[in-house]
Structure formats: structure tokens, C-alpha cells
Design a protein around this ligand. Structure first.
Ligand SMILES: *Cc1c(COP(=O)(O)O)cnc(C)c1O
Length: 402
């Protein structure tokens, strides 16, 4: 393997983000392939017995088994790290594998975690149901309220965990303030940045320690594979994550890594265009319904905060129809172009009813507390012409009596 400039940080760290997205991490074989190679191999061979012994002893760099390392996944890890501005990255099988690893690798019985109220359903399940089974207590706070984070801190608090903007209420967390509270108490902040991706928001610039991804969303961006990623300092990755990851094995398959790697080449373009389309569609929806939750719109109560942290507000927003669940379902069933789907970050426009899908498991009380109403719809705006999406919504609203 020839180590070309894509992995040499003395060169790649000078590159601007668009260049990193296309080239960072590229590692060419002696064939000189243009596109990154797909290494479908579980194991590796060695010229001598001493070579493999040195690698197992950690005295020599090199691959030993694809649960630890694989050339294709290593290329993806380096590319995500460079886009994030992180020292290191490791990828996992899914976004939820990444979230679970990020928490379990550093928490023990007797520890305490503080987490944001509005969160992806499975993230809340981990904090509310899984961690308590292992003696890890959690406190849920309104993540928009900086004082609530401070007040929730206990002597045994080890982790702050939140997403911003949050799914599906589009609550925004003041990352600078919340990460500063964490730092002051020696608490590790884990930010789920799946909605934004490093193309739109880099939480480490505001003091986050660990940035967690569902790469299934905007990073793949074309609805093909599930994937997850964790970015952090080299020390955290080596000391906390790797002992957990190499022994429990939630790794990403090389094929899926390769798909995401190629997806990242167009991440910046897609994130910018989909954000632009979403804003245009949200302005139209705002003319038809009484409440739109889109942090890129001046009507969002945290608009200024959001725009100080993000370069654009992303492809996803939510809105409410007055006729509750029945009318929300009627809008979905009236769509002709936009698909009914609970996925997000896709290049196709997709809409879902969170109360009966992504947030169904929370139950009516949990949903009420998290602000997930019966009349709420969540829209991911894709790469279609925004006017076609608007026309489709217009006819679906008309038919549903919105
Ligand atoms: C989708 C999503 C996840 C889970 O990711 P998977 O890849 O589906 O496992 C976690 N957090 C957020 C904010 C998400 O949107």
C-alpha cells in the first residue's frame, strides 16, 4: 500500500473543507486506482511471524483483523475526522451502535448522565431504559435551558448528551454555554450531530468532546446504508472507545463504509442545496399552517442562536396541522411526489408523522413532554426542484382541508 497525501495530516490539514470531503483519507494501493478501493477482507497475512507478533504487541502499525481495522473503513474514518476537525474517528454499524458505544464505553455503575429531553427515540430509550439496568442514573432536562444543565449536575455526573437541532421539535442547544458547564465540572459532552453533519455544524468548535453520528442520514445522503461514527480526541478514542469497540464488535462493514465514503464527496453540495430547498419549502408551509418549526426561519424562537452555530439550517423541519392525527395522516396520504418515509437526510423528499412512527415508543406522556404533537409532521427536503415539492404539498394540503 502506498500512502498518498490523503492520509498525511501535514498536508490535509491545510485543505479547505470541500477538498477534504473529496480527498481526505484516500489511501491508494500500488494499482493507483482513482476511486477508493473496497477491501472486502476479514483478515490479513504477514510476511513473517515476527511481523504479526509486533502488530499484536502494538509495536508496529498495520492491520490485524477487520474488527479492529480495515483499509476502506480507515479511509472513511480519516475523512470524517478531517471534516469534523477531530483528532480521530471510528465508525460503527449504525448510528445507534455509535450512540450506545459512546455511552457504555465511558459509563459505569454509580455514574450519572444528563440528557436533552427532545431526542431521537432510541437515544431516549438508552438513557431511560438501558443505562438504569446497569446502575447508571439519568436526568432529563429541557436542553434549551442552560440553567437546567447546571442544576442537574451531581458529584457523579460523567456525561452530558444532547442533539441540536433536536428531532423532531428542532430545539437548539446553546453549545458554547452547555459545553462550558460540562468542562467546569469535568464532564464529557457527547453531541449527536446527525441532523447537521460537519458540513453545517462542528460541535467541537463550541467545546464538545465527542461528536456522534448516524451516517445513515445526510452523510450517505442517498438512503442506501446504515452507518455510525464517533469523533473525539485520540486519547478518548484509544483509552475509552477502542477497548469497548474491539471487544464488543459494533463495527461498520467495509462495503457500507465505502458507500458512505463516496457519499461524503458530495456532502457539502447536498447539505447546502437541501438546506436552501428546505428553507424555500418551509416559507411556503408557513403561509399555509399556523406553526412551523424550522430554525432557519426568523419565526423560530432560537433562530439567532441556531444561525450562530450552523452555516445553514439543514434539510429537516416540522410543522403542525390543526386537525390533529387525522388531518396529518390525510396530508401524508395525499402526497404524490414526496414519499411517506421516516428516514431523513435522503436526496428524496420524505415526510412522516412522528407520533405514530419515530416517537411512537415514547408513549403519549413522553410525546407530550417532548413536544411531539398529534398534528405534527416532519419533512426532509431533498434535491428535487423545490417548486415541485411545494406544488405537491399545496395539492396535499388542499385535499386534506388544511
Ligand atoms: C437516525 C438517527 C439516529 C440513529 O441512527 P441509525 O443510523 O438509524 O441507527 C440517532 N440520532 C439521530 C438524531 C438520528 O436522526
Amino acid at each position: 500500500m502506498k500512502n498518498t497525501t490523503g492520509t498525511d495530516r501535514s498536508i490535509t490539514s491545510k485543505w479547505r473543507p470541500a477538498t477534504r470531503a473529496v480527498r481526505a483519507g484516500t489511501w491508494r494501493s500500488e494499482q493507483g486506482e482513482t476511486s477508493e478501493a473496497l477491501f472486502l477482507t476479514s483478515g490479513y497475512t504477514y510476511d513473517t511471524a515476527e511481523t504479526v507478533a509486533a502488530r499484536f504487541a502494538g509495536e508496529q502499525e498495520g492491520m490485524v483483523y477487520s474488527r479492529m481495522q480495515n483499509p476502506t473503513t480507515a479511509m472513511l474514518e480519516e475523512r470524517i475526522a478531517m471534516l469534523e476537525g477531530a483528532e480521530a474517528c471510528r465508525v460503527q454499524a449504525t448510528g445507534m451502535a455509535a450512540m450506545t458505544a459512546a455511552l457504555l464505553c465511558q459509563l459505569s455503575a454509580g455514574d450519572h448522565i444528563v440528557a436533552g429531553r427532545a431526542a431521537f427515540g432510541s437515544c431516549r430509550w438508552i438513557v431511560d431504559n438501558l443505562l438504569p439496568r446497569f446502575g447508571i442514573e439519568g436526568t432529563i432536562v429541557d436542553a434549551r435551558d442552560n440553567d437546567a444543565w447546571e442544576k442537574a449536575v451531581r458529584p457523579n455526573t460523567k456525561v452530558f448528551f444532547f442533539e441540536t437541532p433536536a428531532n423532531p421539535t428542532m430545539d437548539v442547544v446553546d453549545m458554547r454555554a452547555v459545553c462550558a458547564i460540562a468542562r467546569a465540572h469535568g464532564i464529557v459532552t457527547v453531541v449527536d450531530n446527525a441532523f447537521a453533519t460537519p458540513a453545517l455544524q462542528r460541535p467541537m468548535e463550541y467545546g464538545a468532546d465527542v461528536v456522534a453520528y448516524s451516517a445513515t442520514k445526510l452523510m450517505d445522503g442517498q438512503g442506501r446504508v446504515l452507518a455510525g461514527a464517533l469523533c473525539a480526541s485520540e486519547e478518548w478514542i484509544q483509552d475509552k472507545l477502542m477497548p469497548f469497540q474491539r471487544n464488543t464488535g459494533p463495527i461498520l462493514a467495509p462495503f457500507n463504509a465505502w458507500v458512505v465514503l463516496k457519499g461524503l464527496e458530495t456532502l457539502e453540495l447536498r447539505a447546502a442545496r437541501q438546506s436552501e430547498n428546505a428553507l424555500k419549502v418551509a416559507r411556503y408551509v408557513e403561509s399555509r399552517v399556523s406553526r412551523v418549526l424550522h430554525p432557519g426561519l426568523p419565526s423560530h424562537p432560537q433562530h439567532d442562536l441556531c444561525m450562530s452555530q450552523m452555516s445553514a439550517a439543514g434539510p429537516i423541519f416540522s410543522f403542525f396541522v390543526d386537525g390533529g392525527r387525522e388531518q396529518a395522516m390525510a396530508v401524508l396520504n395525499g402526497l404524490e411526489l414526496v414519499d411517506i418515509s421516516n428516514n431523513i437526510g435522503d436526496s428524496k423528499s420524505l415526510m412522516c408523522h412522528p407520533a405514530t412512527t419515530t416517537h411512537h415508543n415514547m408513549g403519549p406522556e413522553g410525546r407530550a413532554e417532548a413536544g411531539v404533537g398529534e398534528g405534527m409532521l416532519r419533512l426532509n427536503v431533498g434535491l428535487e426542484d423545490a417548486d415541485d415539492v411545494i406544488e405537491d404539498l399545496a395539492q396535499a394540503f388542499d385535499r386534506a382541508g388544511v
